[in-house]
Design a protein around this ligand. Structure first.
Ligand code: ADP
Ligand code: TRP
Length: 320
């Protein structure tokens, strides 16, 4: 199966990005033909500072490789290195009903708040459809928030195929099973938009400080508590072994503990868990040529796939 997904380089990756998305890509790479890309064209709808964008793209590549994305198994590339995708995007735009895009939440939410929405944001789902269709992707692992966009992609593929003949393979969204909805330091969904994130590769001391500031409830220490309702515990279980999770769960049920102790356990567990990736990241940082080579090879392979599909689509609609 060809598995494809993209992630936007719009900030440093946090725990939510890893446990909600990146970890699943990496888990799928062994059994499938994984195509994973850094969606810099999509990021341009929000990041308008060239150096910032360049930095986030570089960080995204380093993070993904350090976290275990294996270029021997999966194809890793940067979206804008594949010009065929933008060409395919135009073919899909012609014939795309306005109403289909007006219903999409990224644009709708922004417009409903009276915020400035540009044409790029409006047509964002079509570029995403081009990303998916360009590689004959079968499965697209995504979080719940992206399912609507996959539906748009399927709609566009279906109507193109119905009009011009069978050009595109119909992709399917794979809602990643067990993908955690990771809470942030305030207990809400972790997101860079809420300023409640915990970084994967930040300064370890800074991270520890942030963990110690995670919000907790004000129930008396003596009270027994259900760990399942506590966001601190939900974070802890992402990093700890089954045995340790059982231990901490028992502490909650017994009561008479301090949240400070759990926070320290969380900081220790996260540090141990992330240590190998941190080391790999340092090695990669010191070898930019290697990272560049991985991305170039990924792009070459991705271009080959995309140019086949583009030619098929161009011929079908009378351009060649
Ligand atoms: P952010 O909300 O910080 O802007 P993005 O929307 O760029 O993050 O998310 C990138 C990927 O990470 C998406 O696939 C999204 O579903 C996943 N993701 C982000 N935050 C979380 C979270 N708190 N829990 C689970 N998955 C998340
Ligand atoms: N829109 C996705 C997000 O914000 C990123 C993305 C771009 C993507 N193109 C894609 C995801 C194609 C899957 C397939 O998370």
């Amino acid at each position: 199966m060809r598995v494809l997904s993209g992630i936007q380089p719009t900030g440093r990756f946090h725990w939510g990005n890893y446990f909600g998305a990146i970890k699943q890509y990496i888990d799928l790479q062994d059994a499938h033909d994984g195509y994973y890309f850094i969606a810099d064209l999509h990021a341009l709808t929000t990041i308008r500072e060239p150096d910032v964008l360049r930095g986030y793209v570089r960080d995204a590549a380093l993070d993904l490789l350090a976290l275990g994305l294996n270029p021997e198994r999966a194809t890793l590339f940067v979206q804008s290195d594949i010009p065929e995708v933008s060409q395919l995007c135009w073919l899909l735009m012609t014939g795309a009903p306005l109403g289909l895009l007006e219903r999409c939440h990224a644009y709708k939410d922004k417009a409903s708040k009276g915020l400035r929405a540009d044409v790029g944001l409006f047509t964002y789902p079509i570029l995403m459809a081009a990303d998916i269709l360009a590689y004959d992707s079968n499965w697209v692992p995504v979080g719940e928030d992206q399912v609507q966009h996959i539906e748009v992609c399927r709609d566009l593929a279906r109507s193109f195929n119905a009009h011009f003949g069978e050009v595109f393979i119909m992709p399917e969204a794979k809602i990643v099973p067990g993908a955690a909805k990771v809470p942030g330091t305030d207990g809400e969904k972790m997101s860079k938009s809420y300023d409640n994130t915990l970084a994967l590769f930040g300064d370890p001391k800074e991270l520890r400080k942030k963990i110690m500031r995670i919000s907790t409830d004000s129930r008396p220490m003596e009270d027994a508590k259900d760990p399942e309702t506590d966001h601190l515990f939900q974070l802890y279980r992402l990093f700890a072994s089954e045995e340790r999770i059982g231990e901490v769960s028992a502490i909650y049920w017994k009561g008479g503990f301090g949240y400070g102790d759990i926070k320290k356990r969380l900081a220790d567990a996260a540090e141990i868990y992330l240590e190998p990736a941190r080391k790999r990241r340092l090695d990669l940082e010191n070898d930019p040529a290697r990272v560049q080579e991985i991305l170039s090879q990924g792009a070459a392979k991705a271009r080959e796939a995309a140019s086949n599909v583009l030619q098929r689509a161009q011929k079908a609609c009378g351009l060649k």
